[in-house]
Design a protein. Structure first.
Length: 365
């Protein structure tokens, strides 16, 4: 029994092109009205289900940013008012005579500005950093890996920049504690001079010869400030041992009383000029010590003025200080031939004395 399958007759395929024989590009299917309606319904349902969540997240982010900005503005304004109040208190203190001597307005102003800048920067960093983390938390972002990475990075940066951190912290505490300011003469151990700029990392000093020293705040281990409180001017008066001590004291006391009543020394001197007495006794001199408490930075000027006045007063009183050459009266020059001896008779070989003293020649045999 045989099976036969009837095959369709070969003929041109309606899906092929009669000219090229290749199949044409498929035509895009156009969605029907029912499919478009279904998709719109699904989008509306998804939006209806999630719009409250997105709205809540957006409102939370806006609220966080608004509160952070308002809080930052209030904190910065409070710090500015605090700095202005410090400046006003400084101006009020300068009203008195002693206050005007003790308070340096420019130094206090620069110190208050530096403190205000540091406080404002710290406040902005803390507030804005906290707001940024809260915004990330509103987006359901896990902050634990981020904080851990920031902690590791902070430790690495801290090890690498430990000198910078040390300089910064030392500068902050120096400003807060008012250890020195612009215009002060300090001894920082590594350099000595007048402070011309105080920074959070570097302090600039001008030396005695005009050179400028850049000293890192972290390298300053000790500070000797010669411009705070008061200074002491000390002068040593050296007189001859045979001088009358009571008379010398009287002359020096008169000079001390006179300088304290004259301008501008009456404002520079913060106490009476004291003649302490005999400080040392040597074989060729006696040392009398004179001291005075002065305005900071004015001790050298007072010492020079005291030496000037005491030297003139002692000369007027006939008291000679050690180191001044004695006055010698001039005498007529002596005759240079007066000390010469008379010529000897033996100087000439033909003189009778020389002939008599000459040896007798032997007789010829």
């Amino acid at each position: 029994m045989s099976l036969s399958v009837a095959l369709p007759a070969a003929g041109p395929d309606p899906s092929t092109s009669p000219s090229t024989g290749t199949s044409p590009a498929p035509t895009p299917s156009v969605p029907s009205l029912e499919e478009a309606q279904q998709r719109a319904t699904e989008a509306a349902g998804w939006f209806q289900e999630n719009w409250t969540t997105w709205l809540a997240v957006g409102l939370r982010i806006v609220l966080i940013v608004a509160v952070a900005l308002v809080l930052r503005m209030l904190v910065r304004r409070a710090i500015t008012r605090l700095i202005d109040r410090m400046n006003r208190n400084t101006s009020a203190t300068e009203g008195g005579t002693l206050g005007g001597l003790l308070v340096n307005a420019e130094r206090r102003r620069q110190r208050s500005q530096a403190i205000g800048s540091v406080l404002r920067s710290v406040a902005s960093f803390v507030i804005l950093g906290t707001a940024f983390l809260m915004v990330l938390g509103a987006f359901q972002i896990n902050l634990a890996p981020l904080l851990a990475s920031a902690g590791v990075a902070g430790v690495a940066i801290g090890f690498g920049a430990r000198n910078l951190v040390t300089d910064f912290l030392s500068g902050v505490f120096m400003i807060l504690e008012d250890q020195y300011g612009v215009g002060d003469t300090i001894d920082a151990g590594v350099a000595t001079g007048e402070v011309i700029e105080v920074g959070l990392r570097v302090t600039k000093l001008r030396g005695d010869n005009g050179e400028i020293w850049y000293v890192r705040n972290g390298e300053i281990k000790r500070i000797g400030n010669a411009s705070q409180g008061w200074a002491t001017a000390g002068v040593n008066v050296n007189v001859r041992p045979e001088e009358d001590l009571d008379r010398v004291r009287s002359v020096l006391t008169e000079v001390a009383e006179r300088i304290t009543k004259e301008e501008p020394w009456s404002e520079i001197l913060w106490g009476p000029v004291e003649v302490l007495g005999l400080d040392d006794v040597l074989l060729d001199s006696m040392v009398i010590r004179v001291t005075a408490r002065t305005m900071p930075g004015k001790a050298v000027d007072v010492e020079r003025e005291l030496r000037w006045r005491m030297k003139r007063a002692l000369d007027a009183a006939g008291i000679r200080m050690i180191g001044v050459p004695e006055q010698v009266t001039e005498e007529p020059a002596a005759d240079p031939a007066a000390g010469m001896a008379a010529p000897s008779a033996f100087a000439s070989s033909s003189s009778p004395q020389s002939v008599a003293a000459s040896p007798i020649p032997p007789k010829a045999l």
